[in-house]
Design a protein around this ligand. Structure first.
Ligand SMILES: [Zn+2]
Length: 391
């Protein structure tokens, strides 16, 4: 097999595009940076950085402002990713469809939660999204560009075409989702698993910005989802379904699970059981944190410790398999961890192979209500960041 030489100029164009991508991605993830810092972080010389920033500005993807006054030395203008380059984000859940508008840099411009009387169908999700966006017309008009739409799905979702294989809590099975949304919104639409997108958001903007190998676990009323970041990249698997960490076996012969097995992590470490012992029907994150902190009865302590011990079994498996730098715990798993951090830390440290668990850091998730919106926006921003071009 012989390789075909690149046409003259193509190699230079590819290099230029790669360099533009490097600068825009740095601005998106780090926030505003001076040209001096861009020079330092990229290794490009000053004139190259100046030319690339100028090109991104001409494309409407970046802009410059004067550096803060009062600094000593030559001023270096601050370069920003343009937060008015935005993504529409959608999160269908059992009792609501949330629609948002997120700009480059993870800036949440708007978030509207539309409560539903029953769990929404795909058709409901499409019509609710259209209606909410109609109400957001002023915000949409204020944007310079809408890059596309990203959907965070609580279920197994094929990333290549946005087909939902199974979203058990929504009752969706083999549903095309991205296609009807793309038609209704006249935008490119991308869809992915909510927990995987949460792991991406925490690794870019939250509790795991400083680590490249992260296991993320989120606990909610609909169970436990997960995402794994390996060397800075989300682990997707063959079809984008990787990360069903909630169905890790933690107790032989335990409670029956909707997946058909018994003793899965999400049946033993479970929000409903925690609420029951607290005497609550439902609770948002802050209410739950306060209830666990205030009700330190023997019964509450026994239940939180029981759940922490099963969580430790699962985390030990993940530490043995993935050797992460950090494990990030979101939703009610963050509440459980905060109730007795030492118990979970010690269990993982002593149970994992050959001391692997001693170096792993257990952390509580940082992005709360904005987590899935920021994560879903990354789906729509990916093509823009990979190959910046004019609108
Ligand atoms: Zn299961």
């Amino acid at each position: 097999m012989t390789s075909t030489p690149l046409p003259v100029g193509r190699g230079a164009d590819n290099l230029r595009s790669t360099n533009l991508s490097r600068i825009l991605t740095l601005l998106h993830r780090n926030g505003p940076l001076s040209r001096v810092n861009l020079t330092r972080l990229t290794g490009f010389n000053r004139s190259t950085v100046g030319a690339l920033v100028g090109e991104l500005a001409a494309m409407g993807l970046a802009y410059e402002t004067d550096s803060p006054a009062g600094r000593v030395g030559r001023p270096s203008p601050l370069v920003h990713a343009n937060e008015r380059v935005a993504a529409v984000v959608i999160h269908p859940d059992v009792d609501a469809v949330t629609v948002g508008l997120v700009g480059l840099g993870g800036r949440v411009h708007r978030r509207v939660r539309h409560d539903t009387v029953a769990r929404p169908s795909v058709a409901d999700t499409v019509s609710i999204t259209r209606a909410v966006l109609a109400g957001m017309a002023p915000e949409l008009a204020a944007m310079d560009r809408i890059a596309g739409a990203g959907v965070a799905v609580p279920g197994l979702t094929r990333t290549s075409d946005g087909q939902v294989l199974l979203a058990p809590h929504l009752g969706w099975r083999d549903e095309p989702l991205a296609a009807p949304l793309a038609e209704a919104l006249s935008l490119p639409v991308f869809a992915g698993n909510d927990a995987t997108l949460g792991s991406v958001a925490e690794s870019l903007f939250g509790a795991a910005v400083d680590t490249d190998n992260t296991v993320y676990l989120n606990g909610s009323a609909s169970g436990i989802g997960g995402g794994i970041i390996v060397a800075g990249t989300p682990l997707r698997g063959a079809d984008g379904y990787a990360g069903e960490l909630g169905h890790t076996l933690v107790r032989s012969g335990g409670e029956p699970c909707h997946c058909g097995r018994r003793g899965c992590l999400e049946t033993e470490v479970n929000l409903a059981r925690l609420l029951r012992v607290l005497g609550l029907d439902r609770a948002d994150q802050d209410t739950l944190d306060a209830a666990v902190a205030e009700q330190q009865t023997a019964a509450v302590r026994a239940e939180t410790d029981r759940q922490l011990d099963f969580l430790a079994v699962a985390l030990t498996n993940f530490v043995n398999i993935f050797n992460p730098d950090a494990v990030v715990l979101g939703g009610f798993l963050g509440t459980l961890f905060a109730s007795n951090p030492q118990r979970l830390t010690d269990e993982v440290a002593t149970q994992a192979m050959a001391g692997l668990g001693r170096s792993v850091q257990l952390r509580r998730a940082a992005l709360r209500s904005e987590l899935l919106l920021v994560g879903a926006a990354e789906l729509a921003f990916a093509p823009v960041l990979a190959a910046p071009r004019p609108a």
